[in-house]
Structure formats: C-alpha cells, structure tokens
Ligand binder design. Sequence first.
Ligand code: PGA
Length: 250
Amino acid sequence: MKTLYLFGNLKMNLSMEELEDYFDSLKQVAGKSNNMVGVCVPYVYLPYAEEKLRGSRVLYGVQNMHELDGGAFTGEISAKMLADFDCDLVIIGHSERRIYYNETDEKVNLKAKKALDFGFTPIVCFGETEKQRKDLKHEEVVKNQLEKAIDGINKLDVKDIIFAYEPIWAIGTGVNATSEEAEKMIKYAKSIIAKKAKIKEDEIIMLYGGSLKPNNAEEILNMPSINGGLIGGACLDVDTFKQIIDIKAN
Ligand code: PGA
C-alpha cells in the first residue's frame, strides 16, 4: 500500500469561526489515516492553524510567499515571517497565482529555493491550459515549466519538493483529467525532473490536482506514478475531504 499525500488548498474560503470545527474534525480524520494529510490556509489564519494543528498529524501551511526576505513590498509575506509559525507547506506557482498575479517561472524558481532554505516543503504547481492541450503543446509547456522551476536546485533539495500537476482546464471546473491522462502526464513530468536533477523517478513525489472529488479520487490516486492529490473545492468540507483521505491506494 502506498502512502498518499493529500493536501487541501482552502484558497480564499472559510472564516475563523468555521475553522475551529474544521481543524478539530480534520485532526480526527487524519489521526485515523495512514495517509499524509495537510491543509494550506489563508495567511491570516496561519497562527490559528499553528495553535490548533501543531503536533497533530495534520501538516499546515500557506498558499504563496514572497521570494525575498524583506523590503518595500506592500501586501507581501516573507519566508522568515512564515517560519515564526512553524509552517510546514507552501504552495508555489499555483495557476491562479500565475494567471491573476503574473507569477512567472523565474519567480516560481526563486520562491521554491527560498522555501527550501527555510525548511518548508514547497508544493510546486505546474500544468497546461486547455488550448495548449488541444494544440498538442502540453508536454512542451510542462517540460519548460518544470525545468525552470528546479533550475539551480541541487538534487537533494529537488527530492524535498512536492510537485503538483494541475491542468488549468481541470481546476475548479468539475472536469477532472482522466486517470490515464493524469498518469501519462505525471509519468512524463517525473522523467523530465529525473533527467534534469539526475535523480530517480521514484524519488520524486508528484500529486494530481484539478476537480479531485470523492467519486474520481480512488481511480486517479491508484495510478502507479501518482503520489497523492492537491484538493481545492472538495477539501472545504471535512466530511467530503474525509472520503478522499480514507482512500487506501495500492
Ligand atoms: P479544485 O482545485 O480541486 O477545486 O479543482 C484544485 C487546486 O486549485 O489546487
């Protein structure tokens, strides 16, 4: 049986009041599971996540960070600040950040390096648009994103990154990649990273994300190259998230 990495991305959802029950329930669910469970919260709730989840089986983190240690960057948060709250996980290069906030591959690379310097686990996201897939450019796009994301990162550190293949056409749309599509791309993506970092494919952890739900997760998560999931919509309710966390994959 493989251990799955099942990380929720709350995005800009839930309130402090809702999080009280959410964290308590998630701790219970994770406590009974052999899978690795984590949740990435909005920045302002990081202290509360630390208070409620530190020492439990639920890893916690945030959804972005700045690549520099400090300076005149209104509205930004540095790795040093996150370290004050014992943050475990940082999502980097989510497509919503790339699309709405102009996050480039170069920034993704700098942020991943900084997160690794601080001992956080970066969850580095990549994936193609619907048009790129239709034009049969998806492999080329992904190769380029990944090679730039890990540029200059030593092989030991690359093994500490968790990668997440999130086809943009599948995020929040209810249209998931089929298990075959996800497996094919993740296998390919692992081969690209293995080649560039000079490590073995089975030393790379890679998740699938994009409309992962209780009704499709079992099939997708059982695919041989897939190590887990990054879950948006379906993580907002712990009863729904539980149905994914409870999956036992071969
Ligand atoms: P979704 O989001 O599960 O709602 O599609 C996934 C993500 O954006 O990480």
